[in-house]
Write a protein that binds this ligand. Structure first.
Ligand SMILES: [Zn+2]
Length: 52
């Protein structure tokens, strides 16, 4: 399950597999599905990740 992290200004969705954080839940879900299946990161997805 995608985790949520609340920061003072906004909420982030975090992939539980690789811990990348996303503003958009759909990318976090995609990332998590990808990470589970492939045990690696997909650049097309992780480029949408943000630094917390
Ligand atoms: Zn991931």
């Amino acid at each position: 399950m995608v985790k949520t992290v609340s920061k003072p200004k906004r909420k982030y969705y975090v992939c539980e597999e690789c811990n990348f954080a996303y503003i958009d839940k759909k990318f976090a879900s995609k990332c998590e599905n990808w990470c589970r299946e492939h045990h690696s990161c997909n650049m097309e997805i992780t480029k949408h990740a943000v630094n917390l």
